[in-house]
Design a binder for this molecule. Sequence first.
Ligand SMILES: [Zn+2]
Ligand SMILES: [Zn+2]
Length: 111
Amino acid sequence: MVKVIDLCTSCVQVITNPLCPHCFSNHVRAWLRDKNLPKEKMREIEKSLKKLVFEADSTPSDLKCVICGANKVNLCLYCVTNKVHRILEKDTAKKVTKEFDEDFNTQIWRI
Ligand SMILES: [Zn+2]
Ligand SMILES: [Zn+2]
């Protein structure tokens, strides 16, 4: 039987590839460095990413992140990717969001 705690708090699917929002947002930050976005855009994105991490911090979870080992995984990769997609959509050009989808939907799974 699957414990309720192992389910994604957003889509209620089993989390198979646990990655905490903290590590995920680090990946996004590293990825954004090459995009040369204006400073004020970066600041907005940074704020939204922090909020995402904060929300995860305030939701207890038993699931360990595969990278940092913290028990903070409450979203599946699909949902966390989706949330960041929406953040980028709001603050960047369509091109950047599209590149994010391409890079993260294919690469992030191979960690
Ligand atoms: Zn989910
Ligand atoms: Zn982590």
